[in-house]
Design a binder for this molecule. Structure first.
Ligand code: ZN
Length: 211
């Protein structure tokens, strides 16, 4: 008898990418034609003839994050920063991602701060890391923790604070249909986690530029 319930993450261990058979581009385009017919369209009508091709091509861009490694962007650090060791914040990085439950967009902004230990990273690199994880199927919660883990692993700063604020199209266009509702997630490590005053300072910095 299978009476013992395993925790959710033990039920189906995540398969490695090489274990998943990847369909050809033609098969992916055929799948889009199937969806077009499913919604009641005629995939053969003129306006839709090239749509499967366009959709599959746009996926290469929207889901480019699977082929990219954040490590490549965080590896190179600069130590010559004149002894600067206070908080560094990159505020309001726009991102768009897709929810893994509906494959609909969620769009928002990321606010990242860290206290360097040793080196700092180029500011645009933090935005690249956000993009790499956002360009995968996501939940906002996982996106938040993956960005933080990646920065923590490769840069090892004294603390990281991250806030994501996003609007989910699966909530505004379908389901409960609530427009203008945003979801906020935060994650703190190191000094931000240990000291509520640091979290408060982070929040003050976020609001700072809106005055
Ligand atoms: Zn969704």
């Amino acid at each position: 008898m299978d009476a013992i319930l395993k925790p959710a993450d033990e039920k189906a261990p995540r398969r490695a990418p090489h274990e998943i058979a990847r369909p050809s581009r033609e098969q992916a385009e055929a799948a889009v034609r199937t969806l077009l017919a499913y919604i009641g369209e005629d995939p053969e009508r003129e306006g839709l003839l090239d749509t499967p091709k366009r959709v599959v091509k746009s996926y290469a861009e929207l889901y480019s994050g699977y082929a990219e490694d954040p490590k490549a962007h965080l590896e190179r650090t600069f130590e010559d920063v004149g002894g600067y060791e206070d908080m560094i914040m990159v505020r309001g990085i726009p991102f768009h991602s897709h929810c893994e439950h509906h494959m609909l967009p969620f769009i928002g902004k990321a606010y990242i701060a860290y206290y360097p230990s040793g080196g700092v990273v180029g500011l645009s690199k933090l935005a690249r890391v956000v993009d790499i994880y956002a360009n995968r199927l996501q939940t906002q919660e996982n996106l938040t923790s993956q960005i933080v883990s990646s920065i923590d692993e490769h840069l090892a700063p004294r603390g990281i604070a991250l806030m994501l604020e996003a609007e989910h199209q699966c909530m505004t266009m379908r389901g409960v249909q609530k427009a203008g509702v945003s979801t906020i997630t935060t994650q703190f490590t190191g000094v931000f986690q240990d000291d509520p005053a640091e979290q408060a300072r982070f929040m003050t910095f976020i609001r700072g530029g809106d005055r």
